[in-house]
Design a protein around this ligand. Sequence first.
Ligand code: NAI
Length: 397
Amino acid sequence: MTQAVINPRIRGFICLTAHPEGCAANVRRQVELARAGGPGKGIGRALVVGSSAGYGLSSLITAIWGHGAEALSVAYERPGQGDRPGSAGWYNLAEVHRLAKAEGRHVETINGDAFSTEISDQALARLKARFGKLDTFVYSLASPKRTDPINGETYGSVLKPIGPAFTSKTINLDTDQIGPITLPSASETEIAATRKVMGGEDWFRWVEALAAADLLAPGFRTVAYSYIGPQMTHAIYRAGTIGGAKDHLEATARRLSADLQRRCGGAAWVSVNKALVTQASSAIPVVPLYISLLYKVMRQAGKHEGTIEQIIRLFRDHYAPGRTPTVDDHARIRVDDWEMAADIQAEVAGLWERVTTENLASLGDYAGFKREFRSLFGFELDGVDYAAPVEVERALV
Ligand code: NAI
């Protein structure tokens, strides 16, 4: 066991270190909100894949503390070793486990590549041995690559427009300068590879495997997350390679829903969520600048939400057992409704035209973006003593 003082080491949209106490404080805040924001019962057993960060972590916490679920969590994280800090997701799950144990709740984690049959087989065996049939399955993976377990090939996702090259403005997270960016057109191979990684194929595989193992309770529900977003990011996001993958994910939901209805009276949905600072979204060009402006406008309008507020609202209004989700004409749940409201979008679009490096601090909430980015890794949280050495190795108890 080694104690160390842990400082942030940030390179662009990546932070190489994470602070266990700060990550734990983030989790405790989410747990308190979930506890207050749900009935505390209603879901028996949950599986959350991609459970350690962002929307998946908030889904795990909401299922357990908001709706009383026992949960199996699957994520791909790095534990701390010696004086080398673990990943933020590891420390997040360590605190979820610690709190659950202290309250006599049942949560277990499988750490490994969720795209592999090895890990899904382990999950099925664990569910059979220690849980039972599932009421809910949240699929929340965000990954730059996936090895297809059938053909053994590894596919990499890219963030490029489909169609002509796209020029816009973006912010360089190292220099804080706004400048032009041109993203070249994606090739057919890149479009297909991104669909392989971020489309619905793996979600479908998981549900099929759960069904074949007789692990779906009557009325079983499953959800995966998508994004649409504004005109400013349209070419790079929704009309880009990642949007092509999201189209596939959404088509998969419709196909799964029909299958599940027949099998167990169940259903599948995609929920379109709000743009938020997560490890995944920070890596997308143009998006961090849009988020900085969006945060400012939504905070001023009293409509700002983080991942936990979004997921509490998703479960409460749409997804928890017994609720009938309100869906759009593509059968999608829309908790991005506040982001996409016409008045919010008009204001952000006006700022987008005017924003420069010099006026960013006053027009947007770039400081808020940066603070939230650091807090994903447990840094800059109130009440944490960053000068004190902390235990680097944390177990998932
Ligand atoms: P994130 O980066 O915060 O979390 C990704 C999760 O996936 C982590 O738990 C990580 O451990 C897990 N993961 C990645 N590769 C894995 C693998 N091979 N095996 C097991 N676990 C693995 O991502 P975020 O932003 O929460 O994204 C989750 C979903 O939400 C994605 O589908 C994303 O497109 C969607 N979404 C995100 C929005 C945003 O603004 N952040 C907006 C709307 C939807």
